[in-house]
Write a protein of this length. Sequence first.
Length: 315
Amino acid sequence: MQFFKAQQVFDFEQPDWSKDPELFIVDQILHQFPAIFQLAASCFSNLDQHNHIGRTGMTLEQTVRCTIYMRRKSLSYRELALHTADSKMGMVFMKMGYGQSFSHQTLQQNIAKITAEVLYDINVAICQLAMELEVDDGKKMRSDSTAIMTDIHYPTNCSLLWDCIRVCSRILKQATQFFVALKVNHYQRSAKKLNYRIVNTQGQDKRIPLFKKMLKLQEKYIKYARQAIDYLSQLQSNDFISDLARQDLLLQLQQLLPKMEQIYDVAYRREILMNQLRLKKSYFPFLKAIPILLKKVVVTRYLAIRSISPVGKAI
C-alpha cells in the first residue's frame, strides 16, 4: 500500500459543497495537513511509498478518507462502494481517480484494519485543527434525534403495559441499594411472556383473560412505585453522590407513576370493559330469536301429537 497517489487527476467540475459544508471543511483540513494520515500508518504493515510494482490499490489517504466519509454519511460497505463510483462529492472527497472505484470487499478489508483508537486520534486531530482555524469553538454539539436507526414498535395497549412494567422494574432494581425494609418482587419475565401471548392470540374473548393477568402485574408495579416514592422521599443520606442518585431515582419514579396509571386506565377500559360489551352485543340477535324458535317448536310438537303434518295433511 502507498501513502498517496503519485499523480492526481484534475477535475474542474467540482461538486456542490453547499449540500454538506462540514464535509468540505474536513476535506480542506485533510488537504492542508496530510500528517493526519500518518496516524493510521501503524495499522498497515504493507506500507511502502517507493513500491510501484503490481496493480495500484487503495492508498493510505484513500482508506482514511473513505473511513471518514463512511462514518459521516452512515453508509454500509455496499453503499460506500456505490458512492466511490457514482457520487460526485464522494469521488472528490475520497480522491478517486478517473474510472477508479472499489468493491465493498476491498473497502471492508482496508477500513477494518483501522482501529477504534486510531479513529479517535484522527477525530481529535481534525477537531483541534478546526478550533485553531476558528471553524468551530467546540462549545456546542449538534445532534439529530434520528441519527440512530432502530425499530419503534407501534404503541398498542399490551406493548405500553409491557413498557411500563419493564421501565419500572429497571428503576426499582437500580434503587435496591436504598431499600432496607421494602420488599419488591419482580415479574418482568412473566410480563414479557404475557405480552408475547397477547400479540399472538386471535379472538377478543381469548385475549381478555391474558389482559387481566397483565393488568394485575401493572397494579403490583404501581403499588411498588408508590411505596418506593414514599420511601425515597423520606430517606436522608449524608453522602452527596448517594443523595444525588436517590433524587434522580425519585424523580424518575414520580414522572413514571402518572403515566403508568393513565395507561392502566386506558387499557382496562378498552380491552376489558369495551370487549365485554361487544361480546354481550353479539348475543343480542340470538336472544331476540329465542321466542320465535320456541313458538315453532311448540307448534310442531302440537301438530305431531294431533298426528297431523305441518302442512295440514294426515300422517
